[in-house]
Design a protein around this ligand. Structure first.
Ligand code: FES
Length: 176
């Protein structure tokens, strides 16, 4: 069978590898147990549990989908449906700095693509990819909900607003 694009849901690396099971380390397990006490049903714990998993592993792998489904009595399809719906869940490993440039309408008209293109060129990385040294991942994302301060770049969990190319360069210098 021909190789499938990795974004294709039927690509082999979209399926969990049974030889690589995952489990929360003790600290994360304590946090998970606390999450269970905060919501009326196990299903309602799905979003915070995925956030916790991403905090631990940096992304949501197919093995993590299976693991979280097992913890919450949910099918892998249900968990994957949620992971693939929200772009705050990383479906691939990301670099130490996850640079998410909003290119939706307000940011686009305020020159977000100048920032995005500059980042890809300066960091020598293809759009949506991670630098060879694993430090930076550069992706474009849909509206980050801060249109009044467009253009917006999210770096890991922090928003940087009213950005331009020179502010982006200054920010990169701080991320060393
Ligand atoms: S369009 Fe960029 S934050 Fe809304």
């Amino acid at each position: 069978m021909a190789d499938l694009h990795p974004d294709n849901p039927y690509a082999p690396d979209r399926f969990p590898d049974a030889s690589k099971p995952v489990a929360f380390p003790p600290e994360a397990k304590k946090k998970f147990d606390y999450i269970l006490t905060r919501y009326p049903t196990k299903e309602a714990c799905l979003l915070p549990t995925l956030h916790l998993a991403q905090e631990v592993w940096g992304w949501i792998s197919p093995e993590t989908v299976l693991y979280v489904g097992g913890l919450l009595d949910l099918s892998p399809a249900t968990v994957f449906g949620v992971v693939s719906f929200y772009n705050m869940y990383n479906q691939k490993p990301v670099g130490k700095y996850h640079l998410q440039v909003c290119t939706n309408l307000s940011c686009m008209v305020r020159r977000a693509y100048d920032i995005y293109d500059h980042l890809c060129e300066r960091l020598d990385v293809n759009p949506g990819a991670t630098t060879k040294d694993g430090r930076y991942t550069v992706v474009e994302v849909e509206c980050l909900g801060s249109c009044g301060t467009a253009p917006v770049v999210q770096v890991n969990n922090d928003y940087h607003e009213n950005m331009d190319v020179s502010k982006m360069d200054a920010l990169l210098a701080e991320l060393k």
